[in-house]
Design a protein around this ligand. Structure first.
Ligand SMILES: *[C@@H]1O[C@H](CO)[C@@H](O)[C@H](O)[C@H]1NC(C)=O
Ligand SMILES: *[C@@H]1O[C@H](CO)[C@@H](O)[C@H](O)[C@H]1NC(C)=O
Ligand SMILES: *[C@@H]1O[C@H](CO)[C@@H](O)[C@H](O)[C@H]1NC(C)=O
Ligand SMILES: *[C@@H]1O[C@H](CO)[C@@H](O)[C@H](O)[C@H]1NC(C)=O
Length: 496
């Protein structure tokens, strides 16, 4: 009251008007209206009251009538209420009320500050878990901001204590979506292990920034760990090979197994059909039956789950072994001799994988092919004529069989008298033609000598002559000789 009176007295003394603004500073929540009242007292009434606004940046304008921004209520002598509509940041500054009369001009001023609210940022779900390769959205809600937030960003920390890294959503649109003022929630596409960690959503306006609590994102799942076994194996042709695929740590489970084969530097996918089996999540092993030489190679197993595809780092080497019997042969000449009653051993050699078993097959003019023995040798003891014929050695293994060339066994013997009794004693009439046959069984074939009275008369098997006189009756001898010896056959020729 004391002050008021003093001012009043000074103004009154000078005679110029004295505007009065009740407060020296006003503040308003952005967007709201604010009233700055000005009352004027004067002994000689004011003729003009006006306002001047000087912004914080230093520019000035006069406010002399209502606009959409300003509402002026009052008169020119005692009152001018200035309402600043929908206060904006640019409305902050100094408002001066001036009143003029005939004596002069007096003024008062007040400052206006604009207030606001920093964003309130919340992550409703701060504990998230997602399978790698899946997408996830970390929700972020921004509320209360006055004015509306002008930026939204996200910080990532692999570990809680790390300094945060701002996620550059814009430069990585294939990795991130959202994280903007329009869509504050952050979507991470195809989550990787490196995305596991702590996320903070931050929104700002001119009055400050709001930070959410940290949300922890867990990235679950593992690609499979794949190995093959054995490192190497040799398997016989036509049999079954099993190559193991060992799958560990797959989370979620494996949905597909496939095999690749590298052979002579060429990689090919194994088509599991026909002789091939397995290669499924429940039976990942590769099973190859009726193994062929072309199956030889190095095999790699791959297993796929939702996280990815893993291939064994090393391969399983498959060596296809085996050969049908070959080089099967009987040792020695293609014809082998044995004396009747003597002995002979035939020997056979052969190769193959697995080693062949050997058997002996005999055939002759009087005998169909028959297996007569097994083993590397075949022995004939007390050789009989029936042992003469062709011998074949047969090598057999699981892959097949191969026959040697035949060897002829020749059972040889001294010529043997093979006459019937009628052939030994022959009646003949003088004047007839006589034919004597030296009937021997001989191997090798005998040569013949016919004698009469110790005189050689023929060297043919059949001695033919004319019985010209009785003197030609009597005894004839055929001597049959081969390399094994000789026999003498005596013939008697008597008169009819
Ligand atoms: C100006 O504002 C003051 C304070 O709110 C009020 O008392 C007065 O009636 C107003 N004057 C006019 C003319 O609106
Ligand atoms: C921020 O928003 C959340 C959720 O809407 C609310 O629970 C919390 O009280 C707010 N915080 C402030 C400071 O307004
Ligand atoms: C992840 O989001 C992208 C883009 O919207 C979409 O193409 C893809 O199919 C989604 N992936 C999964 C696993 O849902
Ligand atoms: C493949 O193996 C499975 C399981 O051992 C068996 O049931 C199936 O008959 C086999 N298929 C062929 C084509 O051999």
């Amino acid at each position: 009251m004391q002050l008021f009176v003093a001012i009043f007295l000074v103004s009154f003394a000078k005679g110029q008007p004295t505007p009065f603004i009740p407060l020296t500073s006003y503040s308003v929540l952005i967007g709201n209206d604010v009233l700055i009242p000005c009352t004027v007292s004067a002994n000689s009434a004011a003729t003009l009251i006006q306002w001047q606004f000087t912004s914080n940046s230093g520019s000035s304008i006069s406010i002399s009538q209502s606009t959409t921004k300003y509402t002026l209520v009052g008169d020119s002598t005692t009152t001018s209420n200035l309402t600043i509509n929908s206060a904006a940041l640019t409305d902050a500054g100094t408002y001066r009320c001036s009143a003029t009369n005939s004596v002069g001009t007096g003024s008062d001023s007040a400052t206006l500050t604009i207030t606001g609210i920093a964003p309130n940022v919340t992550i409703p779900d701060t504990s998230l878990s997602v399978q790698k390769r899946q997408n996830i959205t970390i929700a972020c809600e921004v509320t209360d901001a006055l004015p509306k937030e002008t930026s939204v960003l996200w910080e990532f920390r692999a570990n809680q204590g790390d300094s945060g890294t701002v996620i550059s959503v814009d430069v990585n649109p294939t990795k991130y979506q959202g994280g903007t003022v329009a869509v504050p929630s952050l979507t991470i596409l195809s989550v990787a292990a490196s995305d596991e960690g702590y996320y903070t959503c931050i929104a700002s306006n001119v009055f400050g920034e709001g930070r959410s609590e940290q949300a922890f994102l867990e990235a679950t799942g593992n690609a499979a760990a794949v190995t093959v076994s054995p490192p190497s194996q040799s398997v016989l042709q036509k049999s079954t090979a099993i190559i193991q695929c060992i799958i560990n740590n797959a989370n979620p489970g494996v949905t597909e197994v496939l095999w690749e084969k590298i052979s002579s530097g060429t990689t090919s996918l194994v088509i599991v059909t026909g002789r091939f089996n397995g290669s499924t999540p429940s039976l990942p092993n590769l099973i190859i039956s009726d193994l062929q030489p072309s199956d030889q190679g190095t095999y790699y197993c791959s297993a796929r789950n939702a996280i990815g595809t893993s291939r064994s780092s090393t391969g399983s080497n498959l060596i296809v072994t085996g050969a049908v019997p070959n080089n099967v042969q009987i040792v020695g000449a293609t014809t082998q001799l044995v004396n009747l009653g003597g002995s002979l051993t035939l020997q056979c050699a052969g190769q193959g994988d697995p080693a062949p078993t050997l058997s002996w097959i005999f055939s002759s003019s009087t005998s169909d092919a028959t297996t007569v023995g097994t083993g590397t040798t075949y022995s004939i003891t007390n050789a009989q004529r029936t042992n003469g014929g062709t011998y074949v050695c047969r090598g057999t293994n699981s892959l097949g069989s191969t026959d040697s060339q035949g060897v002829t066994v020749d059972v040889q013997y001294t010529p043997i008298d093979a006459r019937t009794d009628a052939q030994k004693s022959i009646s003949a009439a003088v004047g007839s033609t006589i034919s004597l046959v030296c009937a021997v069984d001989a191997n090798p074939v005998a040569r013949y000598e016919w004698y009469r009275s110790n005189l050689l008369v023929s060297i043919k098997r059949e001695y033919t002559f004319a019985l010209s006189s009785l003197a030609l009756l009597g005894s004839y001898t055929c001597k049959a000789t081969n390399s094994r010896g000789s026999v003498e056959l005596r013939y008697t020729l008597f008169e009819d």
